[in-house]
Design a protein around this ligand. Structure first.
Ligand SMILES: [Fe+2]
Length: 194
């Protein structure tokens, strides 16, 4: 099953490239029930094929798999113009849950999201109760994480946020494609914007 291949690409990648992330979710596929995703295409600015050359050797297999499966995945957005996000932002951003209380792979204790933000977008400061790690799959962004100097992070690098730690992202040069494991309470609660 093709989504099992996606799961396997994720577990292979985190064990080799992002070992801190292995503690966020069970690596055993058999531990999860599976819910078929309702296909929902991302907005037109979300160009996953263009991410493939922006990977490294470890992240390339997963990014290739995501691009291949893209039109069968349930791409979503948390934010809208009502939250103050521009049309440009909303045309160039999307995410999907691989593991979460809502599937595809069902877990009440972990969430693993894949998120894309296009070149030049500014993701304003926000925070959330779950702890998270941005595992960068392709591209780069400057992370503004409360208590730390700004940091340009690239494919293969990780940025950790503690519960409620404020953070903002500047997709310069971008774009950014990241695998984001979360753990803790409030896994599907919308982030707090400033
Ligand atoms: Fe976050």
């Amino acid at each position: 099953m093709e989504f099992d291949a996606l799961f396997e690409d994720i577990t292979t990648l985190v064990s080799k490239g992002f070992p801190e992330a292995t503690a966020y979710f069970d690596q055993n596929r058999a531990a999860y029930d599976f819910q078929d995703p309702t296909p929902n295409e991302p907005p037109r600015g979300v160009d996953l094929s263009a991410c493939i050359p922006l990977t490294n050797d470890l992240t390339r297999p997963l990014v290739t798999q995501i691009a291949h499966l893209s039109d069968r995945l349930n791409w979503q957005q948390t934010y809208s113009q009502a939250d103050g996000f521009s049309r440009d932002f909303l045309n160039n951003y999307a995410w999907l849950n691989v593991i979460s209380p809502d599937g595809m792979f069902v877990s009440e204790t972990a969430r693993v999201t894949i998120g894309y933000w296009g070149q030049g977008l500014q993701y304003p400061e926000h925070s959330h109760a779950p702890e998270e790690i941005y595992c960068i799959l392709a591209g780069s962004a400057v992370f503004h994480s409360e208590g730390h100097p700004p940091r340009l992070a690239r494919a293969g690098e990780m940025i950790h946020h503690t519960p409620h730690q404020k953070h903002a992202l500047d997709m310069t040069p971008g774009p950014l494609l990241a695998l984001i494991p979360w753990r803790g309470d409030g896994l599907v609660v919308k982030s707090n914007l400033k």
